[in-house]
Design a protein around this ligand. Structure first.
Ligand SMILES: Nc1ncnc2c1ncn2[C@@H]1O[C@H](COP(=O)(O)OP(=O)(O)O)[C@@H](O)[C@H]1O
Ligand SMILES: [Mg+2]
Length: 273
């Protein structure tokens, strides 16, 4: 059985078509990197897998069934995470807050629930963060707690939307390695979105690259090539391999890095709003 299957899927958000006639299948127990420029549809695809967005055309199957909202077999780490409100919470409270879908307010936990939270914290090596207030955790530690949240309920499929955003390269590598080791230990499927391929190299089995309302799924060697990426970016792309890293270039610009930095400068966080 495939973990995620798109057959001739067209997705539209707010009157805009994001994906047209896409077909691909992610196998069970695969670790797939979801790549593509800003606005290419990474978040939209994950939302469709969650059943939060119905396809305009075509069909989606998730672990053999149509997507359904609140599916307990799917763990989700959303891209937009405002942690400010919960900064006084302890690591334990933070993870417990999602137990049985209690995203707001803290549920009463029985012994089984407490074991489940402890297990999720343990799984990501965050047992020592249980008592610490969120405000006193580093970016990398907070990502571990977020991953623990996504693991509560024992999902078979994990959707991690841009967990590397605003982490330094060292913490990025740690988060990727942690997600990979959790995926292998639990034997689950992971879709991990990012805007740059390099932090994911060596960890992912395959890559789902999005652009120009199209999707290409394959190994890094198959997908991160001039011809495929030129089609997905809608412009001439050169793929440059250097010291074990890959650069997606167009006219001297690194499309995965420069384009994003430019975007971030124009979409500064809430503190600048
Ligand atoms: N709520 C929304 N209303 C209107 N358009 C949206 C909404 N969410 C996303 N979009 C549009 O859908 C496209 C895909 O967005 P998204 O899936 O967030 O891309 P990515 O995650 O790859 O950056 C973008 O063009 C974006 O502007
Ligand atoms: Mg996104």
């Amino acid at each position: 059985m495939n973990a995620v299957e798109f057959s001739d899927v067209t997705l539209a958000v707010g009157g805009r078509t994001v994906l047209v006639g896409a077909s691909f299948a992610v196998r069970e127990r695969e670790f797939v990197g979801v790549l593509g420029p800003n606005g290419s549809g990474k978040t939209t695809i994950l939302r469709a897998v969650l059943g939060l967005l119905m396809p305009w055309r075509g069909s989606i199957r998730v672990l053999g069934r149509p997507p359904s909202r609140g599916d307990p077999t799917i763990g989700y780490l959303p891209q937009v995470r405002s942690n400010r409100a919960g900064m006084q919470l302890s690591g334990w409270d933070f993870v417990a807050a999602v137990h049985r879908g209690h995203r707001l307010g803290l549920p009463f936990l029985d012994a089984v629930g407490r074991r489940e939270i402890a297990r999720a914290l343990d799984r990501v090596g965050a047992a020592d963060l249980a008592r610490r207030p969120l405000a006193e955790t580093s970016g990398g530690e907070r990502q571990r707690l977020l991953l623990a949240q996504a693991l509560v309920g024992r999902p078979r499929l994990l959707l991690l939307d841009e967990p590397l955003i605003s982490l330094d390269p060292h913490h990025q590598a740690a988060v990727v390695a942690l997600a990979r080791s959790v995926q292998e230990e639990l034997g689950i499927t992971v879709l991990f979105s990012a805007h740059e391929i390099n932090p994911l190299l060596g960890a992912i089995d395959r890559v789902l690259y999005l652009g120009q309302r199209q999707a290409a799924l394959g190994t890094v060697e198959e997908v991160i090539t001039g011809p495929v990426l030129s089609r997905l970016y809608g412009m001439a792309i050169d793929v440059v391999h250097l010291h074990g890293r890959i650069f997606v270039m167009s006219e001297g610009q690194d499309m995965e890095r420069d384009a994003h930095r430019h975007y971030e400068a124009h979409h500064a966080g809430p503190s600048h709003a």
